[in-house]
Design a protein around this ligand. Structure first.
Ligand code: F6P
Length: 545
């Protein structure tokens, strides 16, 4: 039975009908305690969801849905190390990566010794590099580190590296290359000195096409510039669950850091995949990030649903997607340092929950992951916010800001926060006909002009949003923030009854690309391809020359 057949789902449907399109204006004026009851705080994170189109009663009904979906059982099964990723036969234990001690998940199956040993090796290497003791060609200290990886082996450390650049090593350059397009790697190489550059090849499988192309190009570049004197061990480290493949590539065994099959790529920031980040921010800050995430894990595991941040966030998403009919979720950071956060969340949410069959293989009859998208909020205001305000669609938004600036300039932060708060208020409360008319009448316009302009100047409002405020962008609050979203995704997956930890949907494209690549060189192979691909190849062959 899918969750849509449950009594809790039916109760929510009935509630939605009774609730109708009740406007946020009414919800606020009808309940002076609304903000108090629809705000949660934990560990430097303030989460105001009072501008969601729901009431305390809605939250109660949603919590009943989580109970009916046995979310607590699913959580305990994950923390117990059960193989909940059944289509790949794997446990899901990224929470182990931020634990301070073991045994975990159990004394029979204790992953902590290798987690702690890997953390120690990472810290030792990062410290050596940060203090100039890690040398490249002819004993020159390494000055630039390039992480080569894609998806989960890129987005997490890159996002966090940007978020924590105010506390990053001042003299080391840490760069990220993911794209097959040479336009990312080629200009970067022009700025680097091969004698003082170290590449980290981060790939769980060590077979991902993009990563292997870029790693080979890096090796060729080093060989071409350093010639026979190249000692590749000084210029390569690797992170992989297949260490033998990294060694075969030419990475010295003592610079290959392990990752395990119980860590999903998009949940791997906390593992050795975070090595480039640790090099940038230092082992101490990295550890603070782990502690922030660990505190969120504990909160998630032990707090009743209605006061549990990840659960509440997940339930709001379910309400918006499955009951209010929203098909997207916009993520709007009001902080330049969070500019990669929307891309990180896209993988986390859509690769995890963009599924349409249950764990048991049954077709689902409800929507799952919304389309997650977003942009720096302040920039978005002058671009796509028009649609949010007057486009007539339900687009739930997550506004995210840090109260204290990481790069303060006089008065900027106050103005930035005002914009963030103004947008969510304007989206929620809008501007009705009466208010627009009063304003227009002050502009000495004719009655006809007022009538003509009126419909264009009305804001319907009632656009749902939540606001997440962090005290500041620091490793601890950021660690907690990422763990919050990870668990939100987990809870939603548990309610929809899907496997949030596989990603078969990305495999077909990879296989097709492998069939097309030889045909780029050999038109004889066209026969096996569809007519559209043949046409695209014919045009490309002509212009590739
Ligand atoms: O193609 C999807 C994917 O498998 C992601 O899930 C993963 O994060 C990414 O590719 C990179 O994989 P790898 O770390 O094995 O190179």
């Amino acid at each position: 039975m899918t969750i849509t057949a449950s009594p809790a789902w039916a109760a929510l449907n009935a509630h939605r009908q009774a609730f109708g399109k009740t406007h946020l204006r009414e919800l606020f004026s009808g309940d002076p305690k609304r903000v108090e009851s629809l705000t949660l705080s934990f560990d430097g994170i303030h989460y105001d969801f009072s501008k969601q189109r729901m009431s305390a009663e809605t939250l109660g009904l949603l919590a009943a849905l989580a109970t009916e979906a046995r979310v607590s059982d699913s959580t305990e099964r994950m923390f117990a190390g059960e193989r909940i990723n059944i289509s790949e036969g794997r446990s899901v234990l990224h929470v182990a990566l931020r634990r301070s001690s073991g045994p975990f998940p159990s004394s029979q199956f204790d992953v902590m010794p290798e987690v702690i040993e890997t953390r120690r090796r990472m810290a030792e290497f990062a410290e050596r590099l940060r203090s100039g003791k890690c040398v490249g060609h002819k004993g020159m200290p390494i000055r630039d580190v390039v992480n080569i990886g894609i998806g989960g082996s890129d987005l997490g450390p890159k996002m966090m590296g940007q978020a924590l650049r105010s506390v990053s090593h001042p003299a080391l350059g840490v760069h990220y290359v993911s794209n097959l397009d040479g336009a990312q790697m080629a200009p970067l190489l022009q700025t680097l000195d091969p004698r003082t550059t170290l590449f980290i090849v981060a790939s769980k499988t060590f077979t991902t096409q993009e990563t292997m192309f870029n790693a080979n190009t890096a090796r060729d570049w080093l060989r071409a510039n350093l010639g026979d004197e190249l000692v590749s061990e000084n210029h390569f480290a690797a992170v992989s669950s297949k260490p033998e493949r990294a060694v075969e590539f030419g990475v010295s065994g003592d610079l290959v850091f392990p990752i395990w099959d119980w860590v999903g790529g998009r949940y791997s920031l906390w593992s050795a995949v975070g090595l480039a980040l640790m090099i940038a921010i230092g082992p101490h800050a990295f550890d603070e990030m782990l502690r922030g995430a660990e505190r969120m894990d504990e909160h998630f595991r032990t707090t009743p649903f209605e006061r549990n941040l990840p659960v509440v966030m997940a339930l709001i998403g379910i309400w918006n997607t499955n009951f209010l009919g929203a098909s997207t979720n916009s993520v709007l950071p009001y902080n330049e340092s969070l500019k990669y956060f929307p891309s990180f969340l896209q993988q986390l949410e859509m690769e995890s929950n963009g599924k349409s069959v249950t764990i048991g293989g049954e077709a689902l009859d409800c929507a799952t992951s919304p389309i997650v998208w977003g942009e720096l909020g302040n920039n978005g205001q002058h671009a796509f916010f028009q649609l949010l305000h007057q486009g007539g669609r339900v687009v739930p938004c997550d506004f995210i800001a840090a109260v204290r600036s990481d790069f303060p300039l006089p008065k900027h932060q106050e103005a930035l926060l005002s914009n963030c708060f103004a947008q969510s208020a304007a989206l929620a409360f809008g501007k009705n006909e009466g208010e627009v008319r009063t304003d227009l009448e002050k502009e000495s316009l004719s009655p006809q002009e007022v009538a003509d302009l009126l419909p264009h100047r009305v804001f319907a409002g009632n656009q749902p949003s939540s606001t997440l405020l962090l005290t500041s962008l620091n490793p601890g609050t950021l660690g907690a923030l990422i763990a919050l979203y990870e668990h939100k995704v987990f809870v939603q997956g548990a309610i929809w009854g899907i496997n949030s930890f596989d990603q078969w949907g990305v495999e077909l494209g990879k296989a097709v690309a492998n069939r097309i690549l030889p045909a780029v060189y050999d038109p004889e192979l066209d026969k096996t391809l569809d007519a559209s691909t043949r046409g695209l190849l014919a045009f490309s062959r002509k212009h590739l020359k």
